[in-house]
Design a protein around this ligand. Structure first.
Ligand code: HEM
Length: 185
């Protein structure tokens, strides 16, 4: 067991094996929709988990971290967290659209039709959040963290922009999650 838990890839593989076992033994409806929703919820947890990590942990603790230790965050932890963050956002969007398609209400939801208004509203909030991740937060973080070349004075401006949009997403994540889980229960 120690051998499995010491290695992240083996740990994830063991989780997948356990899921397949549970799904095979207990799932009544073995539909594509159920798999899509499951993959969707899992990538959503990864995305919003990292969003909340940035907002609840990294941003508030940054000022109290001694200057000589700050590069550990900026050069190592933040780029790795941002990698999983933006690709989890992409996976959440794709699996979310796929889920709505398997349930047969994708267009009704996007048009905010009365029959799918609550999930449609949640989807639009999450789509705006996805847009913010890929087209505002990530480009600005690349400047702020020095991943792309930029003038020195551009860095604090980019960092503030990324922070404000990350905050906007934290704000939206609260009603968005309400819509996601209330729509079908
Ligand atoms: C990015 C755009 C997103 C789209 C297009 C989308 C779409 C959907 C759709 C269509 C469903 C299925 C509702 C049903 O069962 O009929 C759903 C469920 C769900 N979504 Fe999203 N979603 C998005 C983002 C998110 C995010 C960011 C989260 C964060 C955790 C999330 C969490 C969930 C959860 C937990 C469910 C399962 C609800 C349940 O069955 O109890 N979604 N989503």
């Amino acid at each position: 067991m120690g051998k499995i838990l010491e290695n992240l890839k083996f740990t994830v593989a063991a989780g997948v094996v356990l899921t397949v076992l549970v799904a095979y033994l207990l799932m009544e409806q073995d539909t594509m929709g159920a798999y899509a929703r499951y993959l969707h919820a899992m990538s959503g947890v990864m995305w919003i988990g990292l969003l909340w990590y940035f907002n609840f942990v990294q941003i508030p603790t940054m000022p109290s971290i001694p200057d000589d230790l700050k590069p550990a965050i900026g050069k190592h932890i933040a780029p790795a967290a941002l990698f999983w963050f933006r690709w989890a956002a992409m996976a959440t969007l794709i699996t979310g659209i796929w889920t709505a398609h398997t349930q047969g209400y994708l267009m009704d939801a996007l048009m905010l039709d009365e029959s799918a208004r609550l999930i449609g509203l949640g989807m639009w909030m999450a789509i705006i959040m996805w847009f913010n991740v890929w087209f505002v937060i990530w480009p600005n973080q690349k400047v702020a963290l020095g991943i792309v070349e930029a003038e020195a004075e551009a860095k604090p401006k980019a960092a503030r922009m990324a922070m404000l949009f990350s905050r906007t997403n934290t704000l939206l994540s609260i009603p968005m999650l309400y819509c996601m889980i209330s729509a079908s229960h």
